[in-house]
Ligand binder design. Structure first.
Ligand SMILES: [Zn+2]
Length: 163
């Protein structure tokens, strides 16, 4: 998503509200693919006398990744707040700063960074996920809904144990 900052540049110090949805690409983290739903972003922005744009707000989305214990689908609510300055005509190659040119501020990189920053270290399908302790068919739990789609992986794990 992008902000049209024409009015803000014409009226430094005046804050303008914004909100919208930002798509975020899949992230490869620790060997897992983390998929993020479109991120809801809202906040406000204003320009200083030099045309640098302060953007302040919060984001909210849901992230999906395999459960750290059992590899079933797991999800996590993701929320974060941000307060950053986009420097007018700053170096777009500089990863340490946000920058923009012209009259449009693109929020893609900011939203992605702050969403990834707020991801949980471990995804769990539920708080008390039993993990692989139930992968032995003799130890099928009484609860319905727990499946064993990883027979191949189980063989691999058992095999590695013997090595
Ligand atoms: Zn699990």
């Amino acid at each position: 998503m992008k902000l049209d900052v024409s009015d803000a540049l014409a009226h430094p110090g005046q804050e303008y509200p914004f909100s919208g949805l930002q798509a975020i690409a899949d992230q490869e983290i620790g060997g897992d693919t983390v998929r993020l739903d479109d991120c809801f972003v809202e906040g406000g922005f204003l320009s200083d006398e030099d045309g640098n744009i302060s953007v302040k707000g919060k984001l909210r989305t849901v992230a999906h990744a395999p459960c750290a214990n059992c590899l079933e689908d797991a999800r996590a609510e993701v929320e974060n707040e941000f307060d950053e300055v986009f420097r007018r005509n700053g170096d777009p190659e500089d990863d340490e700063i946000f920058s923009y040119e012209g009259r449009e501020v693109f929020l893609d990189k900011l939203v992605m960074s702050y969403a990834v920053m707020a991801l949980p270290i471990r995804f769990l399908c539920r708080e008390d996920c039993p993990g692989f302790e139930y992968r032995d068919p003799d130890a099928v739990p009484s609860e319905p809904g727990i499946r064993f789609p990883f027979a191949g992986l189980r063989q691999l794990l058992d095999h590695n144990k013997e090595v």
